[in-house]
Design a protein around this ligand. Sequence first.
Ligand code: AMP
Length: 277
Amino acid sequence: MQTLETIAAVRSWRAANPASLGLVPTMGALHEGHIALVRRARAENERVAVTIFVNPAQFAANEDLARYPRDLPRDLGLLREAGADMVFTPLPAEVYPPGFGTWVDVEGASDVLEGARRPGHFRGVATVVCKLFGIAQPTRAYFGQKDAQQCVVVRRMVRDLNLPLDIVVCPTERAADGLALSSRNVYLSAEQRQAAPVLFRALREAERLAAAGERDANALRAAMRAAIAAEPLARVDYVSVADAETLAELEAVAGPALASLAVFFGNTRLIDNTFLA
Ligand code: AMP
């Protein structure tokens, strides 16, 4: 496994490895969710590249950029074990050199849900992902359903800009109690960690009601709010039932719908989602 820090080195590596390439973009602090993406990429491509880059452009000024968990030696060990061929670990100045001034703004899907609470977040995500695609030129890129809106934004960007690769979305990996794996789970106290599966329970409740025939999106949102309210350590940021493609809030569930939520435990904000049948 090669660890590369410069764009020039990645370009040379890609030129020497012209076979099909699966790319897994990450911010590091890897867990089984990331490793599942690497395994899927391993199964579907001749070469697998992973990027580890805590992208300053997708953090707002008040967010956790400085304290975001970082452990490169551990990450590299996990990636070697999972069968990655190359890991790109650039410094911010390599990705955003002085004078950098071109941004990718995916309109519509970027402005709601996470985008409404985190202004500029998806502009930062779309820009860095577009750059990584240009640098590594993957055949396929792998993303987690855990970040459902990110998947919508990236797919829309690939379509709108005619980028020559396939986007593969992989299911959310969860702990035994249902909590979606996340690098930010390390911020939780022991009590908050115990309370955190309430997100999963709320989503399961929405799934159950929808499967039983509930079409009223307000009723589904209310059921999720009630489930979260039963957990004193949890504070709802948003609860959503939206069109799975446009992410517009629904009045009634008629086609593919995405139930999603963001919940605070103290200062830590967790997100999760599920499709409603
Ligand atoms: P991050 O390092 O948080 O930017 O995540 C890198 C990639 O891993 C993104 O495509 C995420 O959606 C994906 N990911 C994060 N957590 C999970 C999870 N629990 N299951 C599956 N994929 C995940």
